[in-house]
Each structure stands twice: as C-alpha cells, then as structure tokens.
Design a protein around this ligand. Structure first.
Ligand code: CFM
Length: 458
C-alpha cells in the first residue's frame, strides 16, 4: 500500500496518488507529479511569471527588470529572494512595471510598454539591457512583446529581451524556469566573444547566489585552478551570459531550473555538463572531484577538500553529536529536497518526510534514490497535509519556506527557512554547511520550545 490518502483529504481523493511511502518492492516508486493542481486543493505553488522573473531572469544585475502587467504582480519580485550581487544590488532594490490599467486592457498595452522601456533606460542610463516579462494580463490581451522589444532594441541601442511567461502557462513556476532558459539561450548566449579564454573556463549553471552561496563556491573552484566565466544567473551580468558558450564545461547546480540551458548548449556548442549538489560534506567533496577530473586537476581538488574538511571538523563533530537521531521533514521547491537527505544523514539525522512544490519525475527519482524505505514523499502538498504530517511524524525540525513557517510554529515544531536561509550567508559547500548546521542547532535547541503548548490537528 505505498500510496496513502491523508485524513484531511477525504474531499479531495485525487491527492492519494501524490502521497507515497517509499517501498523498494513496489514498481511504481514515485508519486504523481508536475500535473495541474485540482480545484479545492490549496496548493502553495507559484506561477510561470514567478519562475521566469523571480528565479532565472531576475538575478541578472545590470539590466532593467521590467514587469509588463498590473502593479500588483510587482510586489513579490521586490527584494524577496536574496539573489545577491557584488557592488550593486540594482536588481534587488529596483522594481519596474508598466502598471497596466483598464484603458490599456481595452486598447492594448504595447505603446505603454515601449514608452516604459524608453523612460526606464533614460532614468537609469548605466543599464546594459532590458528584460521584459509578460504577466497573465499581457498574455490575455495578446500584446506582442517580442515586436516591441525589437523596436526598443533599435531605439536604445541595447538588448531588450522579451520573456513570454504569463502566469497561466504551465502548472507551476517550473515552466517559467524553462522559458527563462530558452529565451536567454536564444537571445543572449553567443552574442559576445570571450577575450581571454583559458583551458580551464567553466560556467556555474543554475546557481543564484542566495545569500552569497556563489561566493562560497567560487573560491574553491578557483583554488582548484578553474575560472568561472558565467554564473547563470546569480551575480551575473548580461555580458557574462553572452559569453558563456565559450566555456569548456557547464557545472549544473540546480538541475530543475537550469538543466535546460546545459542541454541546449550541449546540442549547439558541444559543451558537456556535469551535475553537482554542493550541499553537505561528502556530496561537495564528490562534486569537486567530478569537476576536477574533467580537467585533470584531481590532485589540486584533493588538497582543497582535505583543507576544507580539516577547517570544519571540530564544529561538525559538535553538531553531529547534537543531531543524533533527530527527525527532519523537508519541503522545498524541488532540488533541495534531494540535495539534503544525504547531507542530513551525514549529521546523524533521520529524514522521514520529503515533499516538493514543483518537482518533476527526475526530481522524485533522485529523492527516492537518496532516502530510506518508509520515508513519506508528498508532491505539491497543501497546508492541511503538512499539518497532519507534523502531528503524525513529530519532526524535531521542519525545513521549508515562509509560507510554512507559522504552520510549524503553531504546532510547536522547530523550523528553518531553507529557501532564503536564516543567517546572512550561504549554506553551500563546506563553510556554508557549518552555517546551515548552526542554524539548525539554533532552531532545534531554542529554549522557546519548552514554553509552548502544542495543539492537535483538526
Ligand atoms: Fe532551483 Fe533554487 Fe530550488 Fe528553484 Fe525556488 Fe530557490 Fe527552491 Mo525557493 S532555483 S528549484 S524555484 S534550487 S526559489 S534558489 S529555494 S523553491 S528548491
């Protein structure tokens, strides 16, 4: 009986095929996923516009990020996802919108879009281009944003790139990642030449520099002897993306959001790629070995790994002892739900519930390969399901996002924000993993839990 219908879902029996207990003897082995949420099921998913604007396009630091739609769609991109950039956080602190009103809906918004591009370019002349994102409204009224982008490119003499990503496309934000990859690949990659090529040039693909993750990864790669041409798209310039076709290898960090461009580059330019986790000690060490092997730099990688592991050993020994047998429930967008089970086990923890918002089959295949029998997998969970699982599985820690934080607190469950992290600083590679462990420790061992009376579900 590997599929179960949570008690809270008696009015939405369709949920049964999305809630699955890992069982090696069962043929089906993953829950149903990447399909439309049914009415009545209170999904926490985002939209295509969010995936394109918020995740893939948004981190590019030197372009005007212009949302074509009503002002309401503007709120969330503003400084919510901490995809940091060096020197300037222009992409985080400024939000641009065409602010479509009723008359634009009736008579069309193309004129307003064109004028907005001209105006924004004049107000911020240092920008290196303009990214235009269609919202549901722009999609419904049928504005030809491609044609406007073409005219505006000629007028301002800089690339104006149109992303056709109205929210209603697809079943979640995941399709927005795909649109973002395709547009950047077709319109930007290959438009500039890399002047100072080296035999050790790589791209870091699907890495968004959340709270500075990128700045933890880059020094390790450099110490091995590699040079990162472009991080797609954390802390990146549009000029870096334009040159990324000249790297020798793509290192794919978030496969869900960016394997598309690695595949397209493989087809068109013959650039091979490798996939990495960069969370946890063993996984990071294995990742660095894989990358180094491609360039014959194995010896250098071993030196870096040995030093990094020695630097964090005593702290990690402390956390490992504190985390023995602690039960963890993980619910992230997609990949973090497969990046983390092994990393948590390394610290002596037990992962017994794993969920994703928009995982595809390949994400669930990876989760299944990394968790033990009996682990509960939930695809696109709703809030009552998460509440029920907290009561049933009694996790010592729930790692998820802001939407779930207060659910956890309501049940007296220690919580950690795994999307934007708790501390100022990244969670990746070795030093970041210490910060991750420290934040988990602070949450699990907070004295606050002693004073809380928990309530039952229902
Ligand atoms: Fe990739 Fe990401 Fe994620 Fe993602 Fe996201 Fe994110 Fe995430 Mo939040 S790109 S899929 S759409 S690793 S914003 S940095 S944490 S849901 S698991």
């Amino acid at each position: 009986m590997p599929f179960i219908l949570p008690e809270c879902d008696k009015h939405v029996p369709e949920r049964k095929k999305h809630v699955y207990i890992k069982d090696d003897t069962d043929e089906c082995h993953i829950p149903a996923c990447n399909v439309a949420t049914i009415p009545g099921d209170m999904t926490e998913r985002g939209c295509t516009y969010a995936g394109c604007r918020g995740v893939v396009g948004g981190p590019v630091k030197d372009v005007i990020q212009l949302q074509h739609g009503p002002i309401g769609c503007c709120y969330y991109p503003w400084d919510v996802r901490p995809n940091l950039a060096k020197d300037t956080n222009f992409q985080l602190v400024n939000v641009f919108s065409t602010d479509l009103r009723e008359s634009n809906i009736v008579f069309g918004g193309e004129k307003k879009l064109y004028e907005s591009i001209i105006e924004a370019n004049k107000a911020f002349p240092k920008n290196q281009g303009v990214f235009v994102y269609a919202t549901c409204v722009a999609g419904l009224i049928g504005d030809d944003i491609e044609a406007v982008a073409k005219r505006a490119t000629a007028a301002i003499g800089k690339p104006v790139v149109a992303f056709n990503c109205p929210g209603f496309h697809g079943v979640s934000q995941s399709l927005g990642h795909h649109v973002g990859n395709e547009v950047l690949f077709n319109k930007v990659v290959g438009t500039e030449e890399l002047a100072d090529k080296t035999p050790y040039d790589i791209n870091l693909v699907g890495e968004y520099n959340i709270r500075g993750d990128d700045w933890l990864i880059l020094p390790l790669l450099e110490a091995i002897g590699l040079r990162v041409v472009c991080t797609f798209t954390g802390d990146s310039s549009i000029h870096d993306i334009a040159k990324m076709h000249q790297a020798k290898l793509n290192v794919v960090r978030c496969a869900r959001s960016a394997k598309y461009i690695a595949e397209m580059m493989k087809d068109k330019y013959g650039t091979p790629y490798v996939e990495v986790d960069f969370y946890g000690m063993q996984q990071t060490a294995d990742d660095l070995r894989t990358i180094a092997k491609f360039f014959g730099l194995e010896q250098k990688a071993e030196e870096v790994i040995t030093k990094e592991l020695a630097d964090i050993k005593s702290e990690m020994d402390f956390y490992r002892q504190k985390f023995q047998g602690k039960k963890v429930m993980i619910y992230e967008g997609g990949p973090r739900s497969w990046h983390w089970p092994k990393a948590m086990e390394e610290l002596g923890m037990e992962v017994n519930v794993v969920a994703t918002t928009f995982g595809h089959e390949d994400d669930y295949e990876k989760i299944v390969s990394r968790v033990k029998n009996g682990t509960l997998l939930i695809d696109n969970p709703n809030a009552p399901e998460l509440e029920e699982m907290m009561v049933k599985y009694k996790p010592d820690l729930f790692i998820s996002g802001n939407k779930e934080k207060y659910l956890a607190y309501k049940y007296g469950v220690p919580f950690l924000n795994g999307h934007t992290y708790e501390s100022k600083g990244g969670y990746m590679v070795f030093k970041g993993f210490v910060r991750f462990a420290k934040d988990m420790y602070k949450s699990i061992y907070s004295p606050a839990w002693k004073f809380i009376k928990t309530r039952e579900a229902g």
